[in-house]
Design a protein around this ligand. Sequence first.
Ligand SMILES: *Cc1c(COP(=O)(O)O)cnc(C)c1O
Length: 399
Amino acid sequence: MQTIVESQASFSVTDKGFYGHFGGAFIPEMLYPNVEELRQNYLAIMADPAFQAEFQQLLIDYVGRPTPLFLAKRLSEQVGASIYLKREDLCHTGAHKINNTIGQILMAQRLGKKRIVAETGAGQHGVATATVCALMGLECIVYMGSIDIERQKPNVDRMRMLGAEVRPARSGSQTLKDATNEAMRHWINNPVDTHYIIGSVVGPHPYPDMVARFQSVISEEIRKQLLAKEGRETPDYVVACVGGGSNAAGAFFHFLDEPSVQLIAAEAAGHGITSGHSAATTALGKPGVLHGSRTILMQTEDGQVTEPYSISAGLDYPGIGPLHAHLFDSGRGTFYSITDDEAVKAAFNLSKLEGIIPALETAHALATLNELPLQPDDVVVVCLSGRGDKDLSTYTKYL
Ligand SMILES: *Cc1c(COP(=O)(O)O)cnc(C)c1O
């Protein structure tokens, strides 16, 4: 594995938390002690063999890892290349998010924290956080916009059943960004005993790097599984959807400095890139600071963050993580914008061809298979980030 570690050099984060022109920690002074405590400790804690042993064991026994790498034969035939699905939908709670929350709850314990705070939009990260808090017996407070609380009742009920306290954010647009503000405020006021679990590769350094490392188990497994199945560790393409970018970061991580592997990211074009209702960040965005890091984000002429839209709640984010901004900026990654309709079509297609109902987010990644210039002997891995049960009420409108 030494070659992998060495090869990470050009796309790994710098000491100050930068990926090329993006990243950093642009935070209010009040937040500095919390973020600094984490920055000074996260790498040493993650390198501790006892930490790794506990993390790896929970990934096996609790999350259900390794997740299968499945050769989708009928989809492969249709597309005209070998398509493998990395089945993160089979993780406990139905998506990749738990890989990160397991890692961060162990981190919080090592830092001596007694309470977890998190923000959630659609509720998926809130559920993954409430789950690991129940597992470890830590108090859990999840901030959620009051409009989102109404829209996402099943996830609110799940969090409550898991013992979390869901606190409504009633300011501003009463959605994710307001929940984020409230969670930050809570953390500032409770710096000693509270850890803030961020759900994607976003936020101030060291969060993007820490979350990418926890999710990198995805590409670590892909390399081993592909070697067993194809006799080679590297595919021609790795494809993933990008909201903040954590499942993509995990799927790309151990291929970042393998130029033969094309990294394909799918973002949400909503009703269309120019429709005014989209979350196509790289297509529409410009550099700016969002949630503590310099990245690419959708904004007005005078720098106000634009309200994003996507049919999938997990891609409904106005920015992307700084690693992905760098992949886009440097040309290392290729970004496709997929509309709501294209995503829904891809979801129905996979369901009927392979008997797997994907999450709406994941469906955006699947839709790129129609756009890639694939050759018959190409090997493609699609990160199947989550299962579609949560999206049934949306899908049924298209039946
Ligand atoms: C949350 C979510 C996403 C988007 O988050 P990333 O950080 O971009 O991975 C994608 N797929 C599923 C199933 C999700 O729940």
